[in-house]
Design a protein around this ligand. Structure first.
Ligand code: FES
Length: 179
């Protein structure tokens, strides 16, 4: 009887996506956490801090470089609502939802801005200018209700006053582009 020889197994080489190397700034972040599987949330926080959001490609690099399945990286990133998956607008509009601001009708401000900007929470307006978010108490309860736009705080504000402020910022941005 003729003995069949087994075909040699093909060597399996993992060639996950993306195939190009990660950018240096991402490597600088990842290098700090190699061999630390518990640090995935911290890694994602640092990536978001650097890029302003979690770009899909950088998540793919992260999974590949740190040896996580992509499903795990996405699972963690989508579980926590502090992570964003699209670039933030030029202005991040954060409506305080803490108790004092809630009592001061911050919910009305939020609804009004949603309607005027035609977006929901955690979305960015079509012109790319405004990202609407909520925050927990920002520590200025005596001035409630509070809205924070980038670094600037709007105290004892109202839906109409906030919309005026955003219109003003929009006009400034348009002027800047035109000049
Ligand atoms: S509850 Fe809004 S600042 Fe404290």
């Amino acid at each position: 009887m003729e003995l069949k020889t087994k075909k040699p197994l093909k060597k399996q080489v993992y060639l996950g996506q993306p195939q190009d190397p990660p950018p240096p700034e991402l490597i600088a972040i990842l290098d700090k956490y190699r061999g630390k599987p518990d640090a995935l949330i911290t890694v994602l926080e640092e990536i978001q801090h650097h890029y302003g959001y979690l770009p899909r490609k950088q998540l793919e690099h992260t999974a590949r470089e740190l040896g996580f399945p992509m499903s795990r990286v996405f699972g963690v990133a989508t579980f926590y609502n502090l992570f964003q998956f699209s670039p933030p607008g030029r202005y991040q509009v954060r409506v305080c939802k803490g108790t004092a601001c809630h009592v001061g009708h911050s919910e009305e401000i939020l609804s009004y801005l949603k309607e005027k900007l035609n977006i929901d929470e955690d979305e960015t307006s079509a012109d790319g200018l405004f990202t609407l978010q909520t925050v927990a108490c920002v520590g200025a309860c005596s001035l409630a209700p509070i809205v924070v736009v980038n670094e600037r705080t709007y105290a004892r504000t109202t839906p109409e006053k906030m919309w005026d402020a955003l219109e003003h910022l929009r006009a400034e941005a348009v002027e800047e582009v035109a000049s």
